[in-house]
Ligand binder design. Structure first.
Ligand code: CTP
Length: 398
C-alpha cells in the first residue's frame, strides 16, 4: 500500500476512453491513495460523475463554482493538496489548453496552480495526435517537466488503426508510482536487478532451465522504482507483465545476462542478483534438432557459465541470493564471503510457501559483518522492501 497518504488528483476529459479513467481510479483507491477526481464538462457526457464518486468515496468536481467538495470553495486548493496530478484520458483540447496556460475550468486551474508533478496520458484520433499543433503542445509540456505517457498504437473509436489509444491502465499506474517515488529514499540511485531463470539451449527447440518465476526480482525492481531509483531490470524469460517505469533488458542465456549486466552496472549504485542463473550450459549446441536415436541414453556435456555476481566487481554494492535446500545460513554465509557481497538473501527452496514460483517468501538476510536477520513469511513485494531498507542503509553509509 505504498500510495497511502498520497493524494492523486485525477483529471478526466471528454474522450471515449473516459471509462478507463474509472479503472485507474479504482486501482489507485485500492493501492491506498486518496483520489480526487476532476472531470471536464465533456467528460461527464461519456461517464457519470457518480461512477467516480462511488469508486473513490469522494465528491467529484465537475464545475468550477459548485460546492461539491471541500476543495471547490478555493479554486487552487486541489492543486495544493495534490502529490501528483494525472490527466487520463487527456484530449487534444485539454493538452492545448494547459500548454497555453488557459484556466477556464477546474482541471485547467488545478494544473496551472499546482507545484506537484503532472502526468498526461493522451487519447485522441490519430490525425489529431499527429497534427503538428498537438505535437508542439506535447513538446511544450515535456519541456516544462510534465510526464507524457503514451498514446499507444491500436484501433481507435472511429475504426481507424493508428496512434491515439490511451495506454494501458497499468502503464499509467507504473508511471504514477515512478513519479511519486522521486522524493523517496532511493531517489537518484541507479539499481540493476536481475530476475527469472536463464535458458541454455541444447538445440533449436530445447533448452536447460529452472523453475524460477521471476516474481522476487520483479518485486524488487518495482519496489526500487517506487522508492525513486532508476532501475534497469535484466530479465531472463518470465511470464510476468513487463514492468513500467524502468529499462527492461530481456535476455535468454547466462552469457547474455552477463553481458547485459556488465553494460548496466557501469554507472550503477547497486546490483541485486535475484535471477536463477544456470551454472552450466551444454558445451555444444546442436544446430539441428537432436533426433531420437536407437540408443537408450544420451550424454550432454556441460560447461560452466560465467559467475556474474562473482566476477563483476566495481564500486557498486552487490547483493546476492542463495537458494538453498540444506544448511541455509551456513551455505549463504559461505557464498557471501566467496563472492565478496554486501548482503545475501537466503531462502529455503524446499518450503512450498517460500519456494520457487510462490507469491510469498521467507528469507534470511545476512550482511557482510555476519549479522543475520530472519524475516517472517511475507508477500514478495514486502520482502523486496525489507531488502531495499538494508540496501539504503549501505548506500547511505558509503
Ligand atoms: N549467480 C550468478 N552467476 C551464476 C550463478 C549464480 O551471478 N552463474 C548469482 C545468483 O543470481 C545468486 C547468487 O549468484 O544471486 C547465488 O546463486 P546460487 O545458484 O544459489 O549459487 P551458486 O554460487 O551458483 O552456488 P550453488 O549453485 O552451488 O548453490
Amino acid at each position: 500500500m505504498e500510495m497511502k497518504d498520497k493524494t492523486v488528483v485525477l483529471g478526466v476529459t471528454g474522450s471515449i476512453a473516459a471509462y478507463k479513467g474509472a479503472e485507474l481510479a479504482s486501482q489507485l483507491a485500492q493501492a491506498g491513495a486518496k483520489v480526487e477526481v476532476v472531470m471536464t464538462e465533456a467528460a461527464t457526457e461519456f461517464i457519470a460523475p457518480l461512477t467516480f464518486r462511488n469508486i473513490t468515496g469522494r465528491p467529484v468536481v465537475t464545475k468550477m463554482f459548485e460546492l461539491a467538495s471541500e476543495y471547490s470553495v478555493e479554486h487552487v486548493a486541489l492543486a495544493e493538496a495534490a502529490d501528483v496530478v494525472v490527466i487520463a484520458p487527456a484530449t487534444a483540447n485539454i493538452i492545448a489548453k494547459i500548454a497555453a496556460g488557459i484556466a477556464d475550468d477546474m482541471l485547467c486551474c488545478t494544473v496551472l496552480a499546482t507545484k506537484a508533478p503532472v502526468i498526461v496520458a493522451p487519447a485522441m484520433h490519430a490525425s489529431m495526435y499527429e497534427n503538428s499543433v498537438t505535437q508542439d503542445n506535447l513538446a511544450k509540456l515535456k519541456s516544462r517537466g510534465f510526464t507524457v505517457v503514451g498514446p499507444a498504437y491500436g484501433r481507435l473509436a472511429s475504426g481507424v488503426v493508428g496512434m491515439g489509444r490511451l495506454v494501458d491502465v497499468n502503464e499509467i499506474l507504473g508511471t504514477i508510482r515512478q513519479v511519486l517515488g522521486r522524493s523517496r529514499d532511493l531517489a537518484g540511485k541507479r539499481i540493476v536487478v536481475t530476475a527469472g531463470g536463464t535458458q541454455e539451449p541444447v538445440d533449436p527447440v530445447r533448452c536447460l532451465t529452472n523453475r524460477s518465476s521471476g516474481k522476487m526480482g520483479y518485486a524488487l525492481a518495482e519496489a526500487a522504482r517506487d522508492r525513486g531509483a532508476q532501475v534497469v531490470l535484466v530479465s531472463a524469460p518470465s511470464s510476468l507483465p513487463k514492468p513500467i517505469g524502468m529499462d527492461v533488458a530481456n535476455v535468454g542465456t547466462a552469457q547474455e545476462m552477463c553481458e547485459a549486466v556488465k553494460k548496466a552496472v557501469t554507472k550503477a549504485d547497486a546490483l541485486i542478483m535475484a535471477a536463477a542463473v544456470a551454472d552450466y550450459r551444454p558445451k555444444k549446441v546442436s544446430k539441428s534438432k537432436i533426433k531420437r536415436e536407437r540408443a537408450s541414453s544420451l550424454m550432454l556435456e556441460l560447461e560452466r557459465t560465467p559467475d556474474i555476481l562473482g566476477e563483476l566487481k566495481g564500486k557498486f554494492l552487490r547483493v546476492g541470493f542463495a537458494a538453498e535446500s540444506e544448511d541455509l545460513v551456513a551455505n549463504a554465509k559461505k557464498k557471501l564471503q566467496e563472492k565478496g557481497l554486501a548482503l545475501i538473501v537466503a531462502n529455503d527452496i524446499t518450503a512450498k510457501v517460500s519456494g520457487i514460483g510462490a507469491d510469498t517468501n521467507q528469507v534470511v538476510i545476512i550482511d557482510r559483518k555476519g549479522k543475520v536477520e530472519e524475516l517472517p513469511l511475507l508477500p514478495k513485494r514486502e520482502v523486496a522492501d525489507r531488502i531495499l531498507d538494508k540496501v539504503v542503509q549501505f548506500l547511505v553509509k558509503r
